[in-house]
Write a protein that binds this ligand. Structure first.
Ligand SMILES: Nc1ncnc2c1ncn2[C@@H]1O[C@H](COP(=O)(O)OP(=O)(O)O)[C@@H](O)[C@H]1O
Ligand SMILES: N[C@@H](CCOP(=O)(O)O)C(=O)O
Length: 311
């Protein structure tokens, strides 16, 4: 089927930030956080050029042309669904910091897929199943651990099998406190993936398998186990060379008994079960002496129970 969407059709989607890995769950665990981006997509007539307006994060840095991540994925998914060369106006209201390890690119991709699906469904195309949306997101992102909670909300386990991505939502204790420490400068995920070895020792894989399984239990049922459950042996230490300050922060927070992990590929740090009042004294102790630049932001943030939603 090849068709054209009616000019003036519109959809608004909001999508949460995510923190992937949560320590041991490299490329398979993630948590949605209540910081949301919103995108309004309006179909233009075919003689108009697509247009992107950005407010907030990324304004002035993300491209305004067809290479804009949301526009690129949205038009690509629409073309696959039978609506090629759709011209769009996007209004992006961004709150998720870019290149900090809070899944901004996955949220952008998921927002685009959800918007494309809603526009196509409005024109009579069958709606995509959650696994189909996740598989499309993985085709862009390369790993499912951010996209899964961005789609589903809450915490998610994600995996790929025979070229298709899948996810299961897991319970999170309603009272779980999360604090994020967000440095003023970012690091692209591809750089932080590039320093990882192709293989890890068997003992380290076994270490992480135990912690990741324990983490699923701790998040939903026994927060007292979060500290043990967030130990990682397969990615964080390898990233110390490109993220020395984040890893130093994690060391100090963990020495203070807090379940601190690298958020995604960093540089942000996530403290599970910790409040800013617990975290700030440790951050302040790191700042003894002249600080080279602005201080990191310390934010208390709730778990987002809703993933991508059409508003
Ligand atoms: N809302 C968005 N709109 C357009 N591009 C985005 C958006 N969010 C992220 N990006 C692109 O993705 C990059 C960040 O992706 P990445 O390095 O994977 O970091 P993270 O996903 O952890 O924030 C940004 O520098 C930008 O190019
Ligand atoms: N599992 C990935 C997660 C990347 O998350 P991001 O938020 O930094 O993009 C990794 O560790 O590389």
């Amino acid at each position: 089927m090849t068709g054209r969407l009616r000019a003036g059709s519109q959809v608004r989607v909001s999508v949460p930030a995510t923190s992937a890995n949560l320590g041991p769950g490299y490329d398979c665990l993630g948590l949605a956080l209540e910081i949301r981006d919103a995108v309004r997509a309006t179909v233009l007539s075919p003689d108009r050029a697509s247009q992107v307006d950005v407010t907030g994060e990324g304004k002035g840095t993300v491209p305004g042309d067809a290479t804009h991540l949301v526009l690129r994925v949205l038009t690509d998914v629409l073309a696959r669904r039978g609506f090629p060369d759709t011209r769009l106006r996007l209004e992006c209201d961004n709150h998720i910091p870019h290149a900090r390890g809070l899944g901004s690119s996955a949220s952008a991709v998921v927002a685009a897929i959800a918007a494309a699906d809603a526009l196509a469904a409005g024109a009579g195309a069958p709606a995509l199943a959650p696994d189909e949306k996740l598989s499309l997101a993985v085709g862009v992102e390369g790993h499912p651990d951010n996209a899964a909670p961005a789609l589903l909300g809450g915490a998610a386990i994600s995996w790929t099998s025979a070229g298709r991505a899948h996810a299961a939502r897991i319970d999170v204790d309603a009272g779980l406190d999360c604090t994020i420490i967000v440095p003023p400068t970012g690091l692209s995920t591809s750089v932080a993936r590039g320093v990882l070895p192709a293989t890890v020792p068997h003992a380290d894989a076994a270490h992480n398998a135990a912690r990741a399984a324990l983490l699923v239990h701790a998040l939903g049922n026994e927060p007292a186990l979060l500290f043990d459950a967030t130990e990682d042996a397969i990615h964080q230490e390898y990233r110390r060379g490109v993220l020395p300050e984040s890893l130093d922060m994690i060391d100090r927070l963990r020495a203070a008994g807090l379940a601190a992990v690298l958020s995604g590929a960093g540089p942000a740090v996530l403290v599970l079960g910790g409040r800013p009042a617990d975290v700030r004294p440790v951050i302040d102790s790191l700042a003894q002496g002249p600080r080279p630049g602005p201080a990191p932001a310390v934010r208390h943030v709730g778990v987002a129970n809703r993933g991508a939603v059409i508003e």
